[in-house]
Write a protein that binds this ligand. Structure first.
Ligand code: SAM
Length: 414
């Protein structure tokens, strides 16, 4: 099917639109979808609906629900994202918000204290590409100060400081967000040597701005905080009850070789969610569509379980055409949909009878082979026993010509 000509690059349906929001703009993840889209899909939520997002990411669905007083539960395989979602969608008391500047002032002093002894910094591979040595040390001092203040500040205030820290570290990193995923702003070289006083002044300024914006966002009302659960979407039943959810609004990873671990590694290393490259690869191997480190070599050795076939009629042909150019990529695509078949079975179990699911997905192209991700999802949902399956094109993506975003919707029979 050709997407309707009216489908253009709709910026209001992307993460960029969220930046203008309050809490939604706290941290950036390129594939986050928009508040507008979630709001539109929530319009059909019955009163007292329970909404599920099995691929939480930065928590867009959960936060929109929280702001509107809709009960939401969300899962992800990445503990850092669940922490972020919890921090983003929490109710902060006036006393907690008022305390933020006071504690932030201590952190600012630590950031600026160039005479302090050497601080801990994470073992990110070639960290010098991210931050010059003065900025790196200032960040180390800032994080140590936040950790030291946590017992007195309490978890909620400390989380706000950590969110502001994450914003600061990414603002002062030499990375660019010009493309779908982050890249180094000055090519693959090392960070430019900075003048120590200037580096420290820049980071203190970035910190103060981040704190102000995070505290402002935290003051916005939350009517019902979501529940977030660490869970593999291929086996939702391990943690979630059957027949519970009225509405699912989610955006799974796309089969586009993007690695969330790669994108999130600066935050995850600093906050202790990752300790080395090996752990990063192992977590990405658990993620659907992961490609970082050992995830790629594992895909190379992967073979499908005999009982899990992909119900899309031309799937084998598609896979063969990709395999003719790259056996590794064809395995990657095959495994992605294999994992989605497992996910669809557990989704069907946890949906309430009559419940509806909306999946925002993007199609992909490998060499000259266009992978109709939206129709493969539609056939997977049908084979899992869902009905009223519909595909709607919503947005042209900025990258290659034939790439679009779709909402694939389906219902569990009543
Ligand atoms: C496209 S992102 C979701 C973006 C989200 N809608 C937002 O607004 O930020 C997909 C998410 O799926 C998660 N994910 C990947 N594999 C998973 C798995 N096996 N189980 C649960 N979550 C998984 C990733 O960690 C990532 O956060």
């Amino acid at each position: 099917m050709r997407p309707p000509s009216a489908v253009r690059r709709s910026e209001h349906l992307t993460f960029k639109a969220n930046l203008r929001g309050t809490r939604h703009g706290w941290l950036r993840l390129t594939p986050a979808y928009s508040v507008h889209l979630v709001s539109e899909l929530l319009a059909e939520a019955p009163p007292d609906a329970v909404v599920l997002d099995p691929f939480c990411g930065t928590g867009t669905t959960a936060l929109v629900c929280a702001e509107r007083g809709i009960r939401a539960e969300t899962t992800d395989i990445n503990p850092f994202l669940l922490w972020l979602c919890e921090a983003k969608a929490r109710v902060y008391t006036a006393a907690e918000i008022a305390a933020v500047p006071r504690f932030a002032e201590h952190v600012a002093r630590a950031l600026g204290d160039r005479a302090a002894s050497l601080a801990w910094t994470p073992t990110i591979h070639r960290i010098e590409r991210w931050w010059d040595e003065f900025t790196l040390q200032a960040l180390g001092r800032g994080l140590a100060a936040i950790r030291a203040l946590t017992p007195e500040a309490g978890r909620a205030v400390s989380d706000l400081l950590v969110v502001a820290f994450c914003r600061t570290l990414i603002e002062r990193a030499q990375v660019s967000f010009g493309h779908q995923s982050m890249s180094f702003a000055r090519g693959r070289g090392t960070a430019l040597a900075a003048e120590p006083a200037a580096a420290v002044e820049a980071i203190v300024t970035a910190w103060e701005r981040a704190v102000e914006s995070v505290a402002q966002g935290a003051a916005s009302p939350i009517l019902m905080p979501p529940v977030s659960v660490l869970c593999d979407a291929r086996n939702l039943r391990q943690k979630l009850p059957d027949d519970r959810y009225d509405l699912v609004i989610t955006s799974p990873p796309y089969p586009n070789r993007m690695s969330y671990i790669r994108e999130l590694r600066p935050y995850m290393f600093w906050l202790g969610y990752l300790r080395d490259g090996r752990a990063a690869g192992e977590l990405d191997w658990q993620a659907i569509g992961g490609t970082w480190g050992c995830a790629t070599s594992n895909v190379g050795k992967w073979t499908p379980e005999a009982e899990t076939s992909i119900p899309y009629p031309e799937f084998d042909l598609l896979i063969e055409r990709i395999a003719a150019r790259s056996p590794l990529l064809s395995r990657y695509v095959h495994k992605y949909f294999h994992d989605m078949v497992l996910h669809a079975a557990s989704l069907t179990a946890v949906l309430r009878r009559g419940g509806r699911a909306h999946y925002i997905v993007g199609n992909s192209k490998f060499y000259d082979v266009l992978v109709p991700v939206e129709y493969i999802f539609a056939s997977i949902f049908e084979a899992a026993g869902l009905t009223e399956v519909e595909v709607r094109a919503i947005r042209k993506r900025t990258s290659k010509r034939e790439l679009y975003e779709y909402v694939v919707s389906a219902r569990k029979p009543a």
